[in-house]
Design a binder for this molecule. Structure first.
Ligand SMILES: [Zn+2]
Length: 247
């Protein structure tokens, strides 16, 4: 009896959550930290060869169609409603209190994450979802996002080919690592009912790209004088203590 009485309000709350959705979430304004991070992510996407999706994201942001919320559901960082409102988890869209700086490698990784989450949700926005199975909808969103991450990696590689700047190589590595994480997630989800051979092929290619980056980084390191030979001994605690003890 007690259990029954408890279950009624639980059902009501569940229905309320399901029907009101974005009303419980906060709309992301363009000038908020989350809004600025979304703009940085869409700029990155546009510069990396996906200007149309970037434009859709900018429009969704300025039209108030992107919300943030504590999603609290493992494996879910964002959702798209039947009205095509996107809700993104607060900790993903605004992981720190200030707007993310794309020149900082750690923060650039968080921007790539936001870009891939929004790319995935934009696939859903453009899908005809009525009468379509959840698996098929997710299969398309995941594979298209993995392909997009491949394009962004390739774009970063072209940039590195021009500059031979290790900062550009590091950016390429960050995007390629994120693509690998996405592919692993796709495989963990049993490829959403698709053939998992395609997931394994994608993973192999992602590992090859990451290996190429590592070789390139090693090659650059060999060309650069070893920092140890040029270090002031007084900056090195180990050398300091031996110098002091020996004296
Ligand atoms: Zn999805």
């Amino acid at each position: 009896m007690k259990g029954y009485r408890f279950s009624v309000p639980a059902i009501v709350i569940t229905m309320l959550l399901a029907t009101t959705g974005p009303a419980l979430a906060d709309v992301i304004t363009p000038d908020s930290v989350g809004g600025q991070n979304i703009t940085t992510a869409s700029n990155f996407m546009s510069d990396s060869g996906d200007p149309d999706t970037a434009n859709d994201i900018n429009n969704a942001l300025s039209n108030g169609n992107i919300y943030s919320e504590d999603i609290n559901e493992p494996g879910t960082s964002a959702t798209t409603s039947v009205l095509n409102n996107i809700t993104i988890d607060k900790t993903q869209v605004a992981p720190v209190t200030r707007a993310l700086d794309p020149k900082n490698p750690d923060q650039f990784a968080l921007i790539v994450n936001i870009a891939s989450i929004l790319y995935h949700e934009e696939v859903h926005v453009h899908q005809v979802r009525i009468g379509r199975s959840w698996d098929r909808a997710e299969h398309e969103a995941w594979t298209k996002t993995i392909e997009a991450l491949g394009r962004w990696t390739e774009h970063a590689r072209q940039q590195y080919d021009k500059t031979h700047d290790k900062t550009d190589l590091e950016r390429m590595q960050i995007i390629a690592k994120h693509q690998k994480t996405e592919i692993q997630g796709f495989i963990e989800n049993k490829c959403f009912g698709g053939k998992c051979e395609e997931g394994e092929t994608l993973l192999k290619k992602a590992n090859e790209t990451l290996d190429w980056i590592t070789h390139e980084q090693e090659r650059i390191a060999q060309q650069t004088p070893k920092p140890a030979t040029t270090t002031n001994p007084y900056d090195n605690p180990a050398l300091n203590s031996s110098a002091g003890g020996g004296g």
